[in-house]
Design a protein around this ligand. Structure first.
Ligand code: NAP
Length: 269
């Protein structure tokens, strides 16, 4: 890619994005510049990522084609106040902060600056993330294609048309890994109850979920059909499934997504 990128806030997510882009050969280290709030973390991040890291946001965005805003949501107001007057319409702004709308970012910038919003999730840290993108009012297909290329470095990418659905993406995709961890932890607990060593039970539980998820993605089959493939008549699995249904697992998971979506909506208001 022949672009230069400034990542404002090379913390966990911003830093991961930078190292993934370099490791995958999408960008050379010289095409990236990062910033942090404190000189000590800038020094640490520069050594760890092998890129230039400053504490001067204005200086960092000067030469950038693309500006990634990767600070915490509560720090966005201050960063936008600082960068609003200097970001130009030929630059593209990509915001990663949860619950911060494209309109909020657009309103802080000069007229004509294109803005895209991205909601990645935690497994992006190991290249297995899910990033959901949505375009602001001034961003077009070229900008979306650029953002897709960037986030492909840390996992799968999908685009949604309506920003209202970003709250649902937050409730499902953003929070989803936490639901997965509860399921894995509980399955492992069941294994321990049945006599397995905890570490082995955890590996077995995580691999079962990983394998099940990979089959959904790789075969494209409906999960119900795959579940039927495991469920032998009068076998063991059907007994396990009955226990899950008694525990109301479906309703519990549906409600989890619904509740997290509602909270995301409340925060982005
Ligand atoms: N982590 C995830 O899985 C995830 C998933 C989806 C979305 N997000 C979003 O990604 C954003 C970053 O999350 P994170 O987990 O990566 O946070 P983080 O690890 O706390 O990193 C935040 C970074 O921003 C820097 N920073 C703070 N204020 C700054 C300023 N005024 N100018 C320049 N840099 C500044 C911090 O520098 P210092 O270290 O010097 O303070 C730090 O490097 C958040 O908005 C979050 O909502 C994260």
């Amino acid at each position: 890619m022949d672009k230069t990128i400034a990542v404002i806030g090379v913390g966990k997510l911003g830093g991961t994005l930078c190292s993934a882009l370099v490791e995958r050969g999408v960008l050379a280290p010289e095409q990236l510049v990062g910033t942090t709030a404190h000189p000590a973390s800038a020094e640490r991040a520069a050594a760890q990522l092998g890129i230039r890291v400053l504490t001067d946001n204005k200086e960092a965005v000067k030469e950038a084609d693309l500006i990634v805003l990767a600070v915490k949501p509560q720090g966005m107001g201050q960063v936008l106040e600082e960068l609003g007057p200097v970001i130009r319409p030929e630059q593209l702004v990509l915001t990663l902060a949860a619950a911060v709308t494209t309109r909020f970012v657009e309103d802080a910038l000069a007229t004509g600056v294109p803005v895209l919003r991205a909601m990645p999730n935690l497994p992006a840290l190991i290249g297995k993330g899910m990033t959901v993108l949505c375009a602001g009012r001034r961003a077009g297909p070229v900008h979306v294609a650029l953002a897709r290329e960037i986030f492909a470095a840390v996992g799968q990418v999908a685009e949604i048309d309506s920003e209202d659905l970003m709250d649902a993406a937050t409730g499902l995709s953003g929070s989803g890994p936490a639901y997965g961890y509860i399921i894995i932890e509980s399955l492992a607990e069941g294994g321990v109850k049945a006599g397995l060593r905890r570490s082995l039970a955890t590996t077995m539980a995580a691999q079962a979920i990983l394998g099940a998820a990979a089959m959904v993605l790789e075969t494209g089959q409906h999960p119900a059909l795959l579940k039927d493939m495991v469920t032998t008549p009068a076998g063991t699995t059907v007994n396990g499934l009955m226990a899950l249904e008694e525990g109301n697992i479906r309703v519990a998971l549906i409600k989890a997504v619904e509740a997290a979506t509602a909270k995301a909506k409340e925060l982005s208001r």
